[in-house]
Design a protein around this ligand. Structure first.
Ligand SMILES: CC(=O)SCCNC(=O)CCNC(=O)[C@H](O)C(C)(C)COP(=O)(O)OP(=O)(O)OC[C@H]1O[C@@H](n2cnc3c(N)ncnc32)[C@H](O)[C@@H]1OP(=O)(O)O
Ligand SMILES: O=C([O-])CC(=O)C(=O)O
Length: 375
């Protein structure tokens, strides 16, 4: 019997099982272990969601307190890692810094071969990522060697504190919390699939995460939030954006932060982050970025029936909190680490090496030609 031909990009193919997440059920849904994203974004702390993904259930109060204490303890960086970060130039892309940080930590705190400390490896990366990116950023851009151990209760506040040198206000801490929840998990997206393929060879946690960071970096995936910012910044007003996007569509250019491989009607994360972006716009008195973003959204829907994905309104939201554009995708890493590591654990628990086939489209069998006879 002929094998079923794969769709381009494996679109629509079921490539394995997961108990972690449903994406696009009935066109729009998103749940983490059965909990709806809208409810999690409204009521939960990111640390609870991390625990839910990594440990299979929402934590009790005592479990959450212990988990937060563990994360706080993991914020310090080994000297060898700081030395490595100090050698990375300011011009480097921060996603490359994240990739190096994960990999270097794997050299210094290698996971046990039997994976008995896989939870510790994941929790350490969760705690250390904000420290890694901010240590590098502050050293390379401002010549400062910062102390990365803060007393902030949340991972989002810890990041903003290290970035701005002071604890964030309540609104900013809340938006970071929501943002980290929204980005935490998304089934078999490209970066998570990368992590699972790596895990299926029985490789170590740090290799899986390092590979996943590489996949997330691309502009068709996590890198889209930075590209969305660059797009919005091109325009001076909502009218200018409307005209500009029409022109881009006529020229068949891709509009970053729109479309999705799975959702067909809307990305449920968009309305949530858009709402918070609006609140931030009011806080800073913005009269440009938010209306421009809405204008882009409206043209994309009216002209192409393409909706904003999770990345689009994250751009303005992060900008309003004073986060440099090039640090946008590293925030995605700080969050998605939880989904990646949970998938690594899930893959390991019921493993078979992931090794699909390819349809061969190359030349027929041919004879080797000695080099002196080749034209
Ligand atoms: C958190 C995340 O990772 S979400 C995704 C972030 N990425 C982006 O925002 C990048 C921009 N978007 C895209 O490139 C795509 O929509 C993807 C990568 C997200 C999904 O890709 P696919 O599932 O392959 O969608 P596909 O490319 O088949 O889109 C269908 C049609 O819509 C068009 N389209 C899709 N997205 C866009 C877009 N952002 N701008 C303009 N046209 C688009 C395609 O060109 C295609 O048109 P065609 O049939 O005439 O060729
Ligand atoms: O699911 C995808 O393909 C991309 C995405 O939205 C995510 O990873 O959050």
């Amino acid at each position: 019997m002929a094998e079923k031909k794969m769709g381009a990009g494996l679109r629509g193919m079921v490539a394995g099982e997961t108990a972690l997440c449903t994406v696009g059920k009935e066109g729009t849904g998103l749940t983490y272990r059965g909990y709806d994203i809208e409810e999690l974004a409204e009521k939960a702390r990111f640390e609870e969601v991390a625990y839910l993904l990594l440990h299979g259930k929402l934590p009790t109060k005592a479990e959450l307190d212990a988990y937060i204490a563990k994360i706080k303890k993991g914020r310090g960086l080994p000297q060898a890692l700081k030395d490595a970060l100090e050698r990375i130039p300011a011009e480097a892309h921060p996603m490359d810094v994240m990739r190096t940080g994960a990999s270097m930590l794997g050299n210094l705190e290698t996971e046990a071969e039997d994976f008995s400390d896989q939870d510790d490896a994941a929790d350490r990366l969760l705690a250390a990522f904000p420290s890694i990116i901010c240590y590098w950023y502050q050293f390379s851009h401002h010549g400062k060697r910062i102390e990365t151990e803060t007393d902030d209760e949340s991972i989002g506040a810890h990041f903003l504190h290290l970035l701005h040198g002071k604890a964030p206000n309540e609104l900013h801490a809340r938006v970071m919390n929501v943002s980290l929840i929204l980005y935490a998990e998304h089934e078999f997206n490209a970066s998570t699939f990368t992590a699972r393929v790596c895990a299926s060879t029985l490789s170590d946690m740090h290799s899986c995460i390092t590979g996943a960071i590489g996949s997330l970096r691309g502009p068709l995936h996590g890198g889209a939030n930075e590209k969305a910012m660059a797009l919005i910044e091109q325009f001076s007003s909502a009218e200018d954006a409307t005209k500009g996007i029409h022109g881009m569509l006529e020229r068949k250019e891709k509009i970053m932060g729109f479309g999705h491989a799975v959702y067909t009607e809307r990305d449920p994360r968009n309305a949530i982050i858009k709402n918070w972006s609006k609140k931030l716009a009011e806080e800073v008195g913005d009269t440009a970025l938010y209306p421009i973003s809405e204008a882009v959204e409206s043209v994309m829907w009216n002209e192409k029936k393409l909706f904003a994905n999770a990345d689009f309104f994250h751009a303005s939201a992060y900008n309003f909190m004073g986060i440099p554009t090039k640090l946008f995708t590293p925030i995605f890493v700080m969050s998605r680490l939880t989904g990646w590591a949970a998938h690594v654990k899930e893959q390991r628990a019921k493993n078979r090496i992931i090794r699909p086939n390819a349809e061969y489209v190359g030349p027929e069998l041919q004879s080797y030609v000695p080099i002196e006879e080749r034209s």
